[in-house]
Write a protein that binds this ligand. Structure first.
Ligand SMILES: C[C@@]1(CC(=O)O)c2cc3[nH]c(cc4nc(cc5[nH]c(cc(n2)[C@H]1CCC(=O)O)[C@@](C)(CC(=O)O)[C@@H]5CCC(=O)O)C(CC(=O)O)=C4CCC(=O)O)c(CCC(=O)O)c3CC(=O)O
Ligand SMILES: NC(=O)C1=CN([C@@H]2O[C@H](COP(=O)(O)OP(=O)(O)OC[C@H]3O[C@@H](n4cnc5c(N)ncnc54)[C@H](O)[C@@H]3O)[C@@H](O)[C@H]2O)C=CC1
Length: 265
């Protein structure tokens, strides 16, 4: 019996060794590391607190409103920038006119994120430390050691959002790279094209609603083809009538833009 166990273990080790050497032959690329996880964080409808009301806070609020967060700015009224005064008056954001209070602002109801942009490093550190105790994600502007995540330089065109990050190495350079991208992309209506593609994908899912692998593959292949074959300008021209006609081709290859124009005209 004992001998038998030893034999099985030896066989297993041999098989593992063999698999490892097979894998080594495949030469997977080395992943250098040293970056950060870049994701599109969903804050729609969630409460986010911005501490401070100066220029940096104003920029943070713009990012949050673009993401449909429920924003509360906390700072004395004297510190509220003209843009933030405008947004408060339009009820785009709420304003609590006082300095930050850890008990009231973090414990009474717990925000889903806190962004700090104030001119007091010691208060920033206190807020950061408390957020960590409560496991609230936090960014202290310009203090990398007190950030769960960094901001980056943003280019937006409708649903298209591109963030340039240098992972803390050169924020000004991030801004310059973003401007280059902007100059290139603004020549074409990417945002509109992507909006139309979003509508088309929703309609494809209505027409082929199955959640099985077959239906999913069919939808994905068809949408990938049309995304590749039509130009950005053509996709941007899709209207409701055209979308309805394109969907008729769901069991076939997608039509070209020119074919579709012939049918709809
Ligand atoms: C780590 C990070 C944390 C965070 O704040 O989230 C951070 C940290 C620091 N920023 C500093 C300085 C400057 N920051 C800017 C501008 C921006 N900074 C932004 C993000 C970030 N800044 C995050 C990393 C971004 C990345 O990974 O690339 C941008 C992209 C987004 C935004 O803030 O919205 C926005 C450009 C938006 C746009 O134009 O599109 C400028 C230029 C300017 O003001 O014109 C300068 C001066 C020039 C220079 O230094 O490059 C300093 C040194 C302070 C000191 O020396 O005392 C620190 C601290 C340190 O590095 O230690
Ligand atoms: N503006 C910029 O380009 C840069 C900003 N920074 C950093 O960002 C921070 C914020 O900068 P700005 O937006 O220019 O702000 P600012 O310095 O113009 O104003 C600070 C804001 O914080 C508020 N505030 C101060 N203590 C507070 C507290 N305890 N609770 C609530 N609110 C409080 C003030 O009322 C004011 O609205 C700076 O202190 C600096 O650390 C750094 C480099 C460049």
């Amino acid at each position: 019996m004992r001998l038998c166990v030893i034999t099985i273990r030896n066989c297993t080790e041999y098989a593992v060794d063999n698999r490892l050497s097979d894998l080594e032959d495949q030469k997977f690329a080395d992943i250098p590391g040293g970056g950060s996880l870049v994701v599109a964080w969903q804050v729609k409808g969630k409460p986010v607190i911005v501490v401070g009301g100066g220029d940096v806070a104003t920029g943070r609020v713009a990012h949050l409103l673009a993401a449909d967060a429920v924003v509360t700015v906390i700072c004395p009224s004297s510190g509220l920038s003209p843009e933030l005064q405008y947004r408060v008056s339009r009820k785009q954001v709420s304003h609590i006119s006082r300095t930050f209070d850890i008990e009231l602002d973090l414990r009474v109801s717990v925000p889903s994120m806190v962004l700090v942009a104030i001119d007091s490093p010691s208060t920033s550190t206190e807020i950061y430390t408390e957020c960590k105790k409560l496991k609230i994600p936090v960014n202290v502007a310009d203090v990398p050691g007190e950030c769960d995540f960094y901001f980056g330089s943003m280019y937006r065109d409708g649903p298209l959002q591109i963030m340039v990050s240098t992972n803390g190495n050169g924020p000004k350079m991030a801004s310059l790279v973003r401007r280059r991208i902007e100059e290139d992309l603004k020549e074409e209506p990417f945002g509109l094209a992507i909006e139309k593609l979003g509508e088309l994908r929703r309609r494809v899912r209505e027409k082929v609603p199955g959640s099985g692998k077959g239906d999913m593959r069919k939808r994905m292949r068809w949408v990938s083809q049309i995304s590749e074959q039509w130009t950005i300008a053509q996709l941007a021209k899709l209207d409701d009538d055209m979308i309805a006609k394109v969907i008729d081709y769901i069991n076939d290859e997608p039509p070209s833009y020119e074919q579709l124009i012939l049918i709809t005209s």
